[in-house]
Design a protein around this ligand. Structure first.
Ligand code: HEM
Length: 332
């Protein structure tokens, strides 16, 4: 079985004509994993000789941990007691030990002298070269630990972000079939931002918002999900209306604060262009160009469950709670 998103996030589809069925969520996940591996490792996941099942399991465990309540972050003085007794610390240590092993293995593969004969460098080759050249000049500020941290970001953030957004886009399209031929990414990200609460920020100075005093060193969380549905900024905010963007310059690049699916500022998402151009646009364009998508017999548009499976904490990914069954009709 190929890659799978946990349970409900998948889109399953059965093919009219061939009679077989496939889980599209799995296929999309497999695609984004392969794009990320190709960018990171220079080859697709299947070619990477890594154990698919255990990587997938580890990946979802990390995701669940990042989305779960972290008492130390919210109650810095006493929270660690809760985290220690709940077993969170121990689980984190084990998971990050396994991740370290994984990244060390990947780096080890790149240190093979045979690789230097290859003309094409991938990201790890470049990072290793930066590390080597720094050492040669005696600066030695960039270490293998830094390389592992960069890889952690690429793999953890690069794999299922695109797949989840595509699943939401397909679900919205199945509900609004007249929109099948139009561009839908902005409106999908407005209604279903993957990270509903952005990365927490610490305030540097005192200021006031809506009559509230905000003091220095306070933890602030920006609710991108709430802003995207705020009737002060959006007409009929709960409705999927992609025409709202046709004559508007509003974009998701961090300049328009009413649309922040990728955050903004220094901590804004560095993977935004990779996600939108190399993954989501490419895959959605192919899915919509080669197939018309219909609902299975007897199912109506209003029967599609648009519930989100999301927690309250930052870094929780906003997945579709239940799977979506679609029937592709081949156009060509
Ligand atoms: C649809 C796809 C994606 C969405 C919606 C998304 C969204 C976000 C958001 C909202 C943040 C927090 C920004 C903030 O608080 O201002 C973030 C951070 C981040 N994203 Fe993405 N992301 C996506 C894909 C990716 C990809 C493909 C990568 C890398 C390959 C990536 C790497 C990161 C990293 C490393 C951070 C942390 C940045 C920091 O802490 O400074 N993301 N992303």
């Amino acid at each position: 079985m190929p890659w799978g998103l946990c349970g409900g996030s998948s889109v399953s589809w059965s093919c009219r004509g061939c009679g077989g069925s496939l889980v599209l969520g799995h296929a999309l996940f497999s695609l984004t994993a392969s794009v990320t591996f190709r960018i990171g490792l220079g080859r697709s996941f299947r070619e990477s000789d890594l154990d698919n099942e255990s990587f997938q399991e580890l990946f979802h465990e990390v995701e669940a941990m990042l989305g779960s309540f972290n008492a130390s972050e919210y109650f810095p003085f006493l929270g660690w007691i809760v985290d220690r007794f709940s077993g969170r610390f121990q689980r984190l240590e084990r998971i990050f030990h396994e991740l370290d092993n994984f990244f060390q293995h990947v780096i080890h593969l790149h240190l093979n002298p045979e690789r230097t004969k290859q003309k094409h460098e991938d990201i790890i080759d470049v990072l290793l070269r930066v590390e080597r050249e720094q050492s040669e000049f005696g600066a030695a500020q960039f270490t293998k630990d830094d390389i592992m941290a960069v890889l952690m970001n690429i793999f953890l953030d690069g794999v299922d972000t695109g797949a989840i957004t595509m699943i939401w886009a397909m679900a919205e399209l199945a509900k609004n079939p007249r929109l099948m031929k139009k561009m839908i990414i902005k409106e999908t990200l407005r209604l279903h931002p993957l990270v509903p609460l952005l990365i927490p920020r610490e305030t540097m100075s005192h200021f006031k918002i809506n009559g509230y005093d905000i003091y220095p060193k306070m933890l602030l969380q920006v609710n991108a999900w709430g802003i995207g549905r705020d009737p002060k900024y959006w007409n009929n905010p709960e409705e999927f209306i992609l025409e709202r963007f046709i004559k508007s310059s509003t974009d998701y690049k961090g300049q328009n604060f009413e649309l922040l699916p990728f955050g903004a500022g220094r901590r804004g998402c560095p993977g935004m262009y990779m996600a939108t151009t190399t993954t989501i646009e490419l895959a959605l364009a192919n899915l919509l160009y080669f197939f018309d998508w219909k609902l299975p017999d007897r199912m109506k548009e209003e029967d599609i469950n648009m519930e989100e499976s999301v927690g309250l904490y930052c870094l929780t990914t906003n997945k579709k709670k239940t799977s979506l069954n679609l029937v592709p009709i081949k156009v060509f």
